[in-house]
Design a protein around this ligand. Structure first.
Ligand SMILES: C[S@@+](CC[C@H](N)C(=O)[O-])C[C@H]1O[C@@H](n2cnc3c(N)ncnc32)[C@H](O)[C@@H]1O
Ligand code: SF4
Length: 451
């Protein structure tokens, strides 16, 4: 076992810190900010820019007990079809507010379960999106696929519209773990979907796994990982299970005493890492793995890896527009989040055409902090020299941050010619370090430095 003293010292096993898929995290968004800015931010997107589009489908036929995603159960297609009609109205309102020559660099369908749509409804939705936005030359179209809810005609519809990346939910293959998280999914169901997609020519496949699930043991997880290696994906996300029953009520069905403790979680994460490295994958950031042929690996090598609401990405677009209930848009000026409840979202779209209810307007200091945290999360590096060039008015705040980090995390950072670099064995601490920078910004010393 590796030396865990630095992790104990810096509170790794007790910390409850954000995943920093954005700075500030979405729970800091403020009421009505996004609403006030939405039309202005849309009109200010650079004409000719290739934007990224996210479409949220908040429906599932079954509700897995572990799941913390914004979704709701349905057994009939009526609410889903009505929701898609609302989405189409939103696409049309947003398109009208954008400059004329915008193209679509990325389209991601997430959820919930996008593959719950009937082929006809999916066809209607995709026609509306492609009518509104021409795809750019290097267009990527990715979809989250639940293998237990993905008919071949639906998958074929996605392929026909140019889907070129599939993100398939697995979580764990052990039957007792699956039973304890309310998600039964056989190996065959997963391989059938994989075989279909590959036969149809799809070359980029992601799988999602979780560690820290109930009854997961080192042995059972090794078995799951062996199946995953056999499936030969291009990319993997292996997240730590977040047990937050106060936020995600369905998780009360998972008994806390069946979960591995934090030390065991750490061992499971190490097993995942060792297995994937041995299988020829590279570790990307804190929770992704990619083959050298995958675009995430190439972005990591080129130093252009980014972080957004889906986690790590090679997407370089500055503008991300989210459609649907709870979807978040990112503009140069800030964030805007749609109404979270499906009914509230629908009411707003039918009433006002837009559905933003929350948001965050970025100050210059926020933009600097966002850049620092993204650099750390993606490259475990604080490029102080380039940050000082980019934010000359904040040179003092950057210096103060460096001093604070170097005195608190003497065993984590070293100084190199471009800034501060974390030692590889301390990478698991990166969210704690990011949180320290976040909290440091609200301290008196940072405010004194910012003036
Ligand atoms: C929208 S969900 C899955 C998409 C699709 N509905 C499916 O079931 O395959 C996207 C991913 O979020 C991750 N996720 C969901 N709940 C989580 C939790 N409580 N902790 C960590 N990751 C979670 C899972 O890995 C999941 O595959
Ligand atoms: S894991 Fe997927 S299918 Fe299960 S509840 Fe979450 S979004 Fe729905």
């Amino acid at each position: 076992m590796e030396n865990i003293d630095p992790f104990l010292r810096h509170g790794l096993f007790d910390a409850k810190v954000p995943r920093y898929t954005s700075y500030p995290p979405a729970n800091h968004f403020q009421n009505d900010v996004g609403h006030r800015h939405q039309a202005e931010w849309l009109s200010c997107v650079n004409n000719g820019e290739a934007i990224s589009i996210y479409v949220h489908i908040p429906f599932c036929k079954r509700l897995c007990w572990f799941c913390a995603c914004r979704t709701q159960g349905t057994q009939t297609m009526r609410p889903v079809d009505a929701y898609v009609q609302t989405l189409i109205k939103e696409v049309s309102a947003v398109r009208a507010a954008l400059p004329s020559k915008i193209t679509m660099g990325r389209l991601h369908l997430g959820g919930g379960t996008p593959t719950i749509l009937s082929p006809e409804t999916m066809n209607t939705l995709l026609n509306a999106l492609f009518d509104a936005f021409d795809p750019s030359d290097d267009f990527e179209f990715s979809v989250e696929i639940d293998p237990t809810e993905a008919s071949e005609p639906l998958l074929q519809t996605l392929i026909d519209f140019g889907m070129n990346r599939a993100s398939i939910g697995v979580q764990d293959f052990a039957p007792d773990v699956q039973a304890a998280i309310g998600r039964l999914q056989s190996l065959e169901q997963t391989t059938t979907v994989l075989d279909f997609l590959r036969a149809a020519g799809l070359k980029a496949i992601n799988l999602d796994l979780l560690y820290g699930l109930p009854f997961q043991t080192e042995e059972s997880f090794r078995q799951t990982l062996a199946h995953v290696v056999d499936m030969n994906p291009d990319r993997l996300a292996i997240y730590g299970y977040a047990h937050v029953p106060w936020m995600s009520k369905r998780q009360v069905l998972i008994k806390a005493e069946t979960l591995p403790d934090t030390q065991q979680r750490f061992e499971l994460a190490n097993i995942a890492r060792d297995t994937m490295l041995a299988a020829g994958f590279a570790a990307i950031g804190i929770d992704h793995f990619a083959k050298p042929t995958d675009s995430l690996y190439k972005a990591d090598q080129a130093g252009t890896l980014r972080r957004n609401f889906q986690g790590y990405t090679d997407d370089q677009s500055e503008t991300l527009i989210g459609f649907g209930a709870s979807a978040i848009s990112r503009f140069r000026g800030g964030y805007q989040q749609n109404a979270v409840a499906t009914s509230a979202y629908q009411e707003r779209i039918l009433g006002e055409g837009f559905a933003a209810h929350k948001g965050y307007e970025m100050s210059d200091t926020d933009t600097l902090l966002s850049a620092m945290i993204e650099e750390l999360m993606c490259r475990f590096h604080l490029p102080t020299k380039s940050l000082q060039t980019q934010f000359p008015e904040h040179a003092q705040l950057i210096r103060q941050t460096v001093i604070a980090l170097m005195s608190r995390y003497t065993d984590v950072f070293s100084i190199n010619s471009t800034g501060l670099q974390m030692h590889p064995e301390t990478y698991p601490l990166v969210r704690i370090v990011a949180h320290y920078i976040d909290a440091f910004n609200s301290s008196e010393v940072a405010h004194a430095a910012a003036i």
